[in-house]
Design a binder for this molecule. Structure first.
Ligand code: FAD
Length: 381
């Protein structure tokens, strides 16, 4: 793979988005740091961001998107996550939800896609359950056929956008060995949600979802009935490159904060940046950030080219998210005692970085996917 410079169009789009984010979104992100952004406020934010092309950058023009592809979307996304990983995760899920609807039956696409593209409604993906994390195959949420409906019962957990969500793409057991993706509408079919407090990233929603006797038409199955496991791998391929980008944004913010600090803070009569070990640590942080970014963009380029890239996407996810933990922790170290206080951003960045190696397959699972890709032998189960 070669490195491609951004086009003039991409550069201008990124620049105007960055200006908007710094002026409009950064103050909100700071105001709500570690506090939950209520749905109405988050909707204002997603509607404003929709003007700049997310969700929709990677959605084909014939379906109301911009058709710009995943690399351009990735460039915009990096700007957003550098300002707020919370809002970034919320938008990332809506991006994925919009892209997922492209292949949905027309009646679902027409009902939900325009609202998503306008930033007015929130989608979510429900795979994980209290007893089902890495072992997706064991999903217990069950849909029992009743004429042309499924009666669905189950509990999902860790669902991003869960508390905001207007609908959930629920991975549901529809046969002994079959899993299907079924769209459940909160108002029409009913489900409850409860937010989960975490070590960080509490400005967006991670929620439990409770589904009790939801009567959902068979027509709400997305993709072939029973084909959810195969389709989930396709979703993961895109999602993992984007989750890697969440950490790229955190690392970029950590490097920027650290450059400002080490050039300002003086010890032994000179800026700490003039001490060789400080300079070397900063160099490592910037290099690891760049390597992570390049790996994520390689995966996004392959997706744009229509080439399957589970392996490259898993490599990007584990590397970027683990380097995110290291780089943000190093940023705290270079801030000394100040880095542990709420007065500096790096304390929050370090807590946020710890979250990201877990969703969309843990680091261990990514390595097992890579191993399977290299040898053809699965060591996962
Ligand atoms: C912020 C956040 C957002 C999330 N968003 C969503 C969402 O929108 N939708 C959704 O469905 N889920 C979501 N998740 C859930 C996430 O996908 C799961 O947490 C993840 O898959 C891990 O599952 P688990 O937490 O049950 O851990 P477990 O699967 O119980 O794993 C625990 C530990 O065991 C290790 N482990 C498990 N199996 C193996 C193995 N075979 N070999 C080696 N090690 C193994 C894991 O790597 C991990 O270290 C989210 C999670 C977080 C934290």
């Amino acid at each position: 793979m070669t490195y491609q410079l951004p086009t003039e169009e991409q550069r201008l789009a990124v620049e105007s988005f960055r200006k908007f984010l710094n002026a409009e979104i950064k103050p909100i992100a700071r105001e709500y740091a570690d506090r939950f952004i209520p749905k109405e406020k988050m909707r204002e934010i997603t509607q404003a961001i929709a003007e700049f092309g997310m969700p929709g950058a990677a959605v084909p023009v014939e379906h109301g998107g911009l058709g710009l592809g995943y690399v351009t979307q990735g460039m915009l996304f990096e700007e957003l996550v550098t300002v707020s990983v919370d809002i970034g995760l919320c938008v990332m899920i809506n991006n994925g939800a919009a892209e997922f609807l492209v292949d949905a039956p027309a009646h679902l696409r027409e009902k939900y896609l325009p609202g998503l593209l306008a930033g007015k409604i929130f989608g979510s993906f429900g795979i994980s359950e209290p007893d089902v994390g890495s072992n997706v195959i064991d999903i217990k949420t069950r849909g029992v056929r009743d004429g042309d409906h499924f009666i669905i019962n189950g509990e999902k957990t860790w669902i991003s956008n869960g508390h905001y969500s207007d609908y959930i793409i629920c991975t549901t057991r529809t046969g002994d060995r079959e899993l299907s993706h079924i769209l459940i509408d909160r108002e029409e079919h009913g489900y409850e949600s409860r937010n989960i407090e975490k070590i960080a990233m509490n400005s967006q929603s991670t929620a439990q979802i409770f589904i009790t006797d939801a009567r959902v038409p068979v027509a709400n199955v997305i993709g072939q009935e029973g084909a959810a496991l195969k389709n989930t791998m396709k979703v993961f391929e895109k999602a993992r490159a984007h989750v890697g980008m969440l950490s790229v944004g955190l690392m970029r913010a950590a490097v920027e904060e650290t450059i400002a600090y080490v050039t300002d803070r003086k010890q032994f009569g000179k800026p700490i940046a003039a001490h060789q070990l400080v300079s070397a640590k900063l160099a490592e942080m910037a290099t690891l950030t760049d390597a992570s970014r390049l790996m994520c963009f390689r995966a996004l380029s392959l997706i744009d080219a229509g080439v399957r890239c589970d392996l490259q996407s898993s490599m990007a996810k584990w590397f970027a998210t683990e380097m995110g933990v290291k780089v943000c922790r190093d940023a705290v170290q270079l801030h000394g005692g100040n880095g542990l206080t709420k007065a500096f951003q790096v304390e929050r960045l370090a807590r946020e970085a710890i979250v990201i190696p877990i969703p969309d397959g843990t680091t261990e699972i990514q390595k097992l996917v890579i191993g399977r890709g290299l040898t053809g032998i699965s060591a996962i189960v």
